[in-house]
Design a protein around this ligand. Sequence first.
Ligand code: PLP
Length: 626
Amino acid sequence: AKVYNLPNWGADLFSINKKGNVCVHPSPTSKHSIDLRALVDDLIKRKIKPPILLRFMDVLQGRIAAINRAFKYSIDENDYPAKYQTFYPIKVNQQRQVVEAIAKFGKRYNIGLEVGSKPELVIGISFATGNGIPIICNGYKDKEYIETVLYATKIGYDITIVVEKMFELEKIIALSKKTGIKPKLGIRVKLSSKGTGKWATSGGEDAKFGLRMSEIIAAIGLLEQNDLLDRVKLIHFHIGSQITKIDKIKSALIEGTRVYAEMRKLGVGIEYVDIGGGLGVDYDGSKSSYFSSVNYSIEEYANDVIYQIKNICEDAGVECPNIISESGRATAAHYSVLVTNLLNTNTQNLMPDFEEELNGSEKLAPTVKKLVDIYKSIDRYSLREDYHDTVQLIQEAVSLFNLGYLTLNERAMAEWLHGKILRKINGIVEKIKPIPEELQNFQLSLRQTYFANFSLFQSVPDSWAIDQLFPIVPIQRLNQKPDVMASIADITCDSDGEITSFVGENGRTKYLPLHKIRKDEDYFVGFFLIGAYQEILGDMHNLFGDTNAVHVTFNKKTGYKIDTVINGDATWESLKYVQYKGPEILKHVRDNLEKDVALRKVTIEESSHFLELLDRTLLGYTYLGE
Ligand code: PLP
């Protein structure tokens, strides 16, 4: 577990059992767990093929509970005189079953939903219907969006429309006049405080959204003139997702709460301060301010929020507001794990073996012979010199081959010796400390590419787009020392589809320790903490579609229960996205084949077998089978 740093990023939700398999726990304190490898084996028996996205609904609930528990604790500790509420930002993961679970389980915490577009608004309204879940509307809004919110207000929904821009306010006022409906309003503030990391530009002067201080003054005037100022109930700010440093959060809280306090003093009856998202996830377990990590816990975050807001309100002599956070990433990241098989590409038995030629090395070309000598004599004292010589001899072998002085067989032997020498060096290097500086990176040349049956672009797009780290761990054999240093390539035809940065024991590493895959062995890896953003940002590169998804809950009697299986895209479905129709393709091919059958170029049997294969491909999964 240590080489993957699992104890540090796992949030006590993942562990390794005696068999050496990764387990998932419903909550950090639970004694129960599900053996991931056993679960995947059972799913395969059910004919559900990898890649499989496993969604652990208890983990999702546990994260909601953890965030709310932390705020409740801080509120009690600080005698904070108002309430806290999470609004789940639907954009983080819009899957119906996910929002459904959040809405249902979140009821006890009075959870709300945050929407940022018309489709998300429709989702919000559908969940709010009949059970009073409150909605906050962010994002750019057109007439249709605003009118829908106005009428929703009129017929009883608890829905707040957040003004992101001055021009939006004008539209809202005009439509409110026209319809005679007064909306519940929020104002998004453009703070000068910025976040950190990849999303720092969501805050600060250059931010896309929010009103500057002068615009807030103008907005207050405009709302007063139009008799709507008393409808302003909330101020909102968001300085970006995955804020890595707690001091950036503090600065934003101070500035945002100061704006609240000043607006209250101007007589605006704001009841809620919505601090947006930003609560980060420690993806690599380093607890640092590096962007795949965060240097604070949920508890520290909650304490700072409550303390800073209370402090500023008391200093300013204004009432403390109710607090809302739109914590999406921290809610959803942990609940899903993608499991897939690594392709067994071990073809070692097919490779030429030059072992015998090591003895009669006098007959070999001088360059190859020198490599043989190095291989035989290398030890810890000659290590550095032999390493330099090997590098130089390999370059020499390539030049000699290009000039026609080395045969293909000799060059192959040089290549084989190179690998053997590097492995021998590695064996020696592992025993000496400290490792000589120039040898530290040489291990990379031993890195082997393992192919995983998945598309990086579909399943972990942020790994490609922004170099985000996600923990990747084999889900079995963790009681055996890994013996291969690997990179993980996906099955798209894109050389960008390879992961070469991993979560390691001491931070980011350039290889993933894996095991040699045995003949006829199924070997699976899990991609962890991928529940936030990845599912919806994924694209269909090479037309690899949605993966199979399985919703799992813990069950005391049976260990686990499969709640739902959502089939991944079949090939015909992937083709449909780009306007092809499976039956039309089949008909086109069949009609053409009939012509060839008539001309006796193709037999009836060949034609029907080909059509059968094509049909099976269309109906099958887009990922690799056997
Ligand atoms: N609220 C708003 C307005 C956002 O733009 C975002 C995402 O960036 C969020 C909430 C969710 O943030 P996070 O996932 O960091 O909690």
